[in-house]
Write a protein that binds this ligand. Structure first.
Ligand SMILES: [Zn+2]
Length: 275
């Protein structure tokens, strides 16, 4: 995802309401870290409990909405790159190595059994690209032209209508979780899930894709992008709510505990990118 623009107004037309003041006090005290005390602390605790209740309720509602996986695995229909108009990989891309200091050769491909390499699937949204209008080609253009990467950074994409797309070659190391790409499959659900809600067809397709990936590569973990890189909100608040359910339904452990540090450089081979 791209960094969110600042939307905070510089001046206020009206004085702060009582509710806004309470929320503001709560924000200050909650953001202060360890010292929750006095009236502000009590307000913060009450607001925090109310927020937790809201989150729990929403999680429950969405968990019910997602179709539980069946006993038999249905392989996803994966739309190949040529059908979404993918550009050719640029092995000379200037910034392909930017994600990992231990990746000086740029574009790298895993050798051998991918089940021995992959452990984790990382879930993204495509902010600011929207759910019903965004395309894989649009994301690829952003990554290649805006970021200077060799290709789209994700291995798979799931559209708002539930269609599943092939992204970066599964044998190539991804560019989607800064400094932690080795052993991680990157999957983007197309949409801005800070401001819109994933479609049910999209969530079901995402779940089925993850189940299939787990079976193919013996995955053990699932994590939101923000769990690797805390400076991002990706995959957005409405998709973050689904991650526990996805983990449970897919038999995966939530979090980054399965990450493999990029030490086995012998597993990788370069394509002669950057000096
Ligand atoms: Zn992301």
């Amino acid at each position: 995802m791209m960094p969110p623009p600042s939307s905070r107004p510089k001046t206020r037309k009206h004085p702060m309401s009582r509710r806004e003041a309470l929320l503001w006090i709560g924000t200050l005290t909650a953001g202060g870290g360890t010292a929750l005390c006095g009236v502000g602390g009590l307000i913060a605790l009450l607001i925090g409990r109310k927020n937790q209740e809201a989150v729990r309720l929403q999680t429950t509602l969405t968990a019910i909405a997602m179709t539980p996986p069946g006993t038999t695995l249905t392989p996803p229909v994966i739309i190949p790159r040529d059908q979404w108009g993918a550009r050719t990989v640029n092995h000379q891309a200037s910034n392909e190595s930017g994600f990992a200091p231990a990746n000086p050769l740029g574009w790298l491909e895993y050798q051998g059994d991918l089940a021995a390499v992959y452990s984790t699937v990382a879930i993204h949204h495509s902010y600011p690209v929207r759910r019903d209008t965004g395309t894989m080609r649009e994301l690829q253009d952003i990554h290649m032209d805006g970021q200077g990467w060799a290709d789209i950074g994700y291995h798979f994409g799931v559209g708002g209508d539930g269609k599943v797309y092939a992204g970066r070659d599964i044998r190539a190391r991804g560019s989607n979780v800064a400094g932690h790409n080795t052993g991680v499959i990157g999957v983007v659900a197309i949409g801005d899930f800070e401001s819109e809600v994933p479609a049910l067809a999209q969530l079901n397709a995402l779940q089925n894709l993850i189940l299939w990936l787990r079976a193919q590569y013996t995955l053990t973990h699932i994590a939101g992008h923000y769990e690797f890189n805390p400076d991002t909100q990706c995959p957005g608040k409405y998709l973050r709510l689904q991650l526990d359910t996805l983990a449970y339904n897919c038999g995966l452990t939530r979090g980054t505990g399965g990450y493999i540090p990029p030490t086995p450089i012998s597993l990788l081979t370069g394509r002669g990118c950057c000096p």
